[in-house]
Ligand binder design. Structure first.
Ligand code: ARG
Length: 588
């Protein structure tokens, strides 16, 4: 609805501006006033254009208001406040009309972008032979939401899992895993059995320690690296096997997390290995590649060390090896030239902020992007802290393993469900516990402004009150139960909605403002805006449900309308939570 409203206001505004010889193509900013008394929407255009029009803002506002007031279908009242704010009060008729149109469309989000932008979302991006830790949890779930939201608005989204699967660490794992794999193959034992991810990680740690102590091991690992990079088929075969066992566990976690990444989204660093030389050659063509102590670097004015010395982006090391940055530059060429991306989004923790600033600037300065207008965006996030305000660790001080964290969440959720609704069958309880436990972990993360660190607390995230997943899931289940009691089919129900109280009006407007939250997340890449919206929607629903009786409503038309409003609330909750990758039970 906001889109049509903006169009209408724009037309009226431009009619007034034209009289003053001012042409305006820019979009207008329609706000929702924090205090309901000031209307449903407001604009500050009169103040903004007063100077250009050489007309006092109050006078300009009066002229705009008189045009808007004439739109009786839309507005019940239009007023001027303060120095020239224009406050608009929507008519009940327009709210009912738009709401019923939305219901008839069988959607809750009836909106798509004007211009479609092919978008790459680089997220999760785990490292082979290392267990996923809580840092990868944030990238995985934040990235997944951004991909879903941008896609929901009609943009083609290409998910990319930029695996750390190439280079010395891989050579070291292969060096240690080779005898284990050979033995397992001889004995016909499956690799997943002898080399689960935890085991691979141990081998990697052992190789690191041994290389430090024994130069012979270090040399051997280096030889493995050279062979691997030269495409030695035997080593490549081992490398592939290790990647598969390692990823098998990662996919178990993705599945549990309800995250959409699949093997076809995998384009690890290894994928770019044959494009690195070309990338360096192209950077060289730009004339920006400088030699510094044998390494090939790009120096950009905006990057200086603390002492004020130029800070290089190292493209190729003096031993001929390539850096993390080189892989990213090669990936940017591929993504913009071959995948046709016009927007590339990277989701990693905030510690990589400088890295991305440098590679973005290098890519632009050296002209390796297919189109200079490609949007490159780093989406940083803070850390997950323990109750002691330090990065989350186990009691023995180790990194918390994601798989264990998720397991505990589901177990605790089971107890919550069991207490709330002991009548459910055990199978149902387990199913609901999974949705609630996993939902709680995801939501606790997503509902934070991602730049901040947050304290991980099972008790808080599983609370049935407040801005939590279980609260929203419970609101959804409650509406399902209203329908069961009313003996109506929730999946086919349809009735005309009418406004008979301020709470209904409020809730209908709130349902229709889902589009504002979704477009805001797609542009600012902050999932908590959608979480806040869903929370406000539930609160709005509670006040409606307190004031407006549904089951005992005597007027059949109003009762039917209220059921429709309940159902739209439920569908909006389910849709919004699905964008967050959170499932909703119908009973809990
Ligand atoms: N594998 C990296 C890590 O775990 C993250 C990669 C992020 N994506 C990228 N294109 N650099 O730190």
């Amino acid at each position: 609805m906001k889109k049509q409203l903006i169009q209408l206001i724009k037309t009226k505004l431009n009619q007034v501006l034209e009289k003053y010889g001012v042409k305006n193509d820019s979009s207008i900013d329609v706000q929702v006033p924090p205090d309901k008394k000031n209307g449903d929407y407001s604009i500050n255009a009169a103040m903004k254009f007063a100077k250009l029009c050489k007309c006092p803002p109050q006078k300009l506002a009066a002229e705009i208001v008189s045009l808007l007031e004439a739109e009786k279908d839309w507005f019940s009242k239009v007023t001027i406040a303060g120095p020239g704010f224009i406050n608009m009060y929507l008519s009940d008729t327009i709210i009912e009309k738009n709401f019923n149109e939305l219901c008839e469309s069988k959607k809750v989000l009836n909106l798509s972008v004007d211009e479609v932008i092919p978008t790459v979302v680089d997220y999760s991006s785990v490292n082979i032979a290392k267990q996923m830790h809580v840092g990868h949890l944030r990238s995985t779930i934040i990235g997944d939401v951004l991909a879903r939201v941008i896609e929901a608005l009609g943009n083609p989204v290409i998910r990319q899992n930029h695996l750390g699967d190439w280079g010395l660490p891989m050579a070291m794992v292969i060096y240690k895993a080779e005898p284990v794999i050979r033995k397992a193959e001889k004995e016909g034992v499956s690799l997943e059995e002898v080399l689960p991810l935890a085991e691979l990680e141990k081998l990697y740690k052992a190789a690191t320690a041994e290389s430090k102590e024994d130069p012979k091991v270090a040399t051997a690992c280096h030889e493995y690296l050279v062979r691997l990079q030269q495409g030695d088929t035997e080593l490549l075969d081992l490398w592939k096997k290790i990647t598969r066992v390692s990823m098998a566990e990662v996919y178990r976690i993705y599945k549990l997390l309800n995250v959409k990444l699949t093997p076809k989204d995998e384009r690890g660093e290894s994928f770019y290995r044959d494009m690195l030389a070309d990338t360096v050659a192209e950077i060289k063509k730009s004339g920006m590649l400088k030699e510094d102590e044998g390494a090939l670097c790009v120096f950009l004015d905006e990057f200086k060390s603390k002492e004020g010395n130029p800070l290089p982006v190292i493209i190729q090391k003096s031993d001929g090896g390539y850096n993390y940055a080189t892989f990213d530059l090669a990936a940017m060429r591929f993504r913009t030239h071959k995948l046709g991306a016009k927007r590339v989004i990277y989701v990693t923790d905030a510690r990589q902020a400088l890295h991305f600033k440098q590679v973005f600037a290098t890519a632009r300065a050296t002209g390796i992007l297919a189109d200079p207008n490609v949007k490159l965006e780093h989406v940083p996030f803070g850390s997950i802290l323990g109750e002691d305000n330090k990065p989350l660790k186990t009691r023995s001080g180790e990194n918390v393993k994601l798989a264990e964290l998720l397991k505990e969440a589901v177990e605790r959720a089971y107890n919550v469900v069991n207490e709330k609704n002991p009548k459910l069958s055990d199978e149902q309880k387990q199913d609901v516990a999974r949705m609630v436990g996993i939902g709680a972990i995801k939501y606790a993360d997503l509902s934070q402004n991602r730049n901040n660190d947050y304290v991980f607390s099972f008790d808080r995230m599983l609370a049935l009150n407040g801005n939590t997943a279980p609260y929203l899931q419970y609101a959804h289940a409650r509406i399902c139960s209203i329908f069961r009691k009313a003996g109506e089919n929730i999946d086919t129900y349809s009735a005309k909605a009418v406004i008979s109280s301020p709470e209904e009006r409020e809730l209908m407007l709130k349902i229709m403002s889902l589009e504002n939250a979704v477009t805001a997340v797609a542009s600012d890449l902050r999932p908590h805006v959608l979480c806040n919206y869903l929370y406000e929607l539930s609160v709005c629903f509670s006040s409606f449900y307190d004031k407006c009786s549904v089951m005992n409503c005597e007027d059949a038309k109003i009762k039917a309308s209220r059921l429709e409003i309940c159902n739209m609330t439920r569908k909006t909750l389910a849709f919004g939570l699905d964008l967050l990758g959170i499932e909703v039970p119908r009973e809990m």
